[in-house]
Write a protein that binds this ligand. Structure first.
Ligand code: ATP
Ligand code: MG
Ligand code: MG
Ligand code: MG
Length: 438
């Protein structure tokens, strides 16, 4: 992409309404634009990040055996009456009437609808276990939308739903998602810690929240320092194998959000020097809720013995749009965003210091074409701005690598390669720079 042809509406001033770094930087870099409280447009560069996160989520869930579908954002209120939570859900639900006075709602979550889909088509235990997921926008009329995409009203969620014949099967499905979550967050370049959690309006008796530690987090969290060092399951993970040892390892150390925190246990089980008290951003949550929806909605299958039983369910959410903000919170500095490689809108920012100079421009064109041919996402700053402005702008946008091309370097046969995270700069030939990045 050439910056001169791109739509990256960066702001010069710090937006007054943005209290935390990720909100400020996402607005300033031109990733998002606020349309109403908690409602955002994803501008081209922001959308690239969102899509990269989606791709990792999809890849890992598909590997774990889940099947993607797409449900509508609008749902019938009657479905929620059937499951018994239409009234209970409260003012977070956006209730809508169509021209025929039919009551609809903009889905805040989809347990009810997926249960209706399942019961209409699956009748036998042979189809189980089944896990269906989607990446779809949700709406929750949050009391205090704030912190940009961290707490939006309209937000993108990955929601998965598992169906099993009995509790033992459902717990296997739960473990599969637990392990997939460990891998997804690690692949996105962040560390999210699973913590025992309250089940809230989704219901059920077993749940973990995954939290990224950050001072701006809305939850107080308590854990054993050991949680920060546990190994992430590798690429060779077998999702059909026994995942119990992994989940046991990850749930044996103390880790709890404030809702379920037990001070006595914390002080008894965790030595003082290993106690971490911090703030966290909830980026995902997994629930096992048994027959909470299948009972009232009569979602049953016939078992091997011919008897009908209500299925055991679980649901598994990831805040995809919230993750963009959480990743920025976890990696930024005074100059701007520092993207982890897997989600960066561009992997390389290529800076042309003298667009008026034919030799410099030719070198940039060459590098630009070569990087693209090697499948590297590159943004070429070919604008007529001053060098200082270009440097500041590229640091703000945060691609993990910058290549700076100027006349003086070229005369000595070199370009400069800068690593955004450390600021470390190396002079090397164009060919060596290309080799380092492909
Ligand atoms: P929170 O405690 O932050 O209100 P939640 O527990 O109500 O979140 P869940 O019902 O567990 O949310 O939804 C699954 C995921 O969706 C959450 O883990 C979070 O990452 C994301 N999410 C929930 N609410 C929002 C929101 N208002 N804006 C952005 N992402 C959200
Ligand atoms: Mg909430
Ligand atoms: Mg929560
Ligand atoms: Mg939650």
């Amino acid at each position: 992409m050439r910056l001169s042809r791109y739509f990256l509406p960066a702001l010069k001033e710090n937006p007054a309404e943005a209290q935390i770094a990720s909100h400020r930087l996402m607005l300033r870099a031109g990733l998002i634009r606020q349309e109403a409280a908690g409602i955002y447009t994803w501008l081209p560069a922001g959308l690239r990040v969102l899509r990269k996160i989606e791709a990792v989520v999809r890849d890992e869930l598909d590997r774990a055996g889940a099947l993607e579908l797409l449900m509508p954002t609008l749902q019938l209120a009657d479905l929620w009456r059937e499951s018994g939570r239409y009234e209970a859900y409260g003012p977070e639900m956006l209730r809508i009437r169509d021209r025929h006075e039919r009551e609809l709602l903009y889905g805040p979550t989809n347990e009810d609808m997926i249960t209706a889909i399942f019961r209409a088509h699956v009748k036998s235990y042979r189809a189980l276990p089944m896990n269906l997921y989607q990446l779809q926008w949700k709406f929750r009329d949050e009391q205090r939308p704030r912190f940009g995409v961290l707490r939006g009203r309209e937000f993108l969620m990955k929601d998965a739903y598992s169906f099993d014949l009995d509790e033992a099967g459902a717990r296997r499905s739960y473990r599969r998602m637990f392990v997939a979550y460990l891998r997804i967050f690690a692949r996105l370049g962040i560390r999210a810690i699973p913590m025992r959690a309250e089940t809230g309006p989704i219901g059920g008796d077993l749940s973990h929240e995954f939290l990224v530690l950050a001072p701006s987090g809305e939850s107080a969290v308590y854990c054993d320092r050991g949680m920060l060092e546990l190994p992430i399951p590798g690429d060779d993970i077998d999702y059909d194998g026994d995942l119990e040892p992994i989940v046991r390892q990850w749930s044996s150390l103390y880790a709890a959000t404030e809702d379920v925190h037990d001070i006595e246990r914390f002080e008894r089980d965790v030595p003082a020097e290993r106690r971490v008290q911090a703030r966290g951003i909830e980026v995902g949550q997994v629930f096992y809720f048994g027959t909470k929806y299948s009972q009232p909605m009569k979602a049953a299958v016939t078992g091997a013995d011919g008897a009908e039983r209500a299925i055991h369910g679980g649901s598994y959410g990831i805040g995809v749009s919230r993750l963009v903000g959480a990743i920025v919170e976890a990696g930024c500095d005074e100059a701007g965003i520092v993207w982890p490689e897997p989600v960066a809108p561009f992997r390389v920012g290529l800076i042309d210091l003298d667009p008026a100079d034919a030799t410099v421009s030719a070198a940039c064109e060459y590098l630009y074409a070569q990087l693209q041919a090697r499948g590297v996402d590159v943004l070429l700053d070919d604008t007529g701005e001053r060098a200082g402005v270009k440097f500041a702008h590229m640091d703000l946008l945060g691609p993990p690598w910058q290549i700076v091309v100027g006349r003086r370097g070229l005369e000595r046969g070199v370009v400069e390669l800068k690593r955004r995270a450390t600021g470390e700069r190396t002079e090397l030939t164009q060919e060596d720079a290309l080799a380092r990045l492909s």
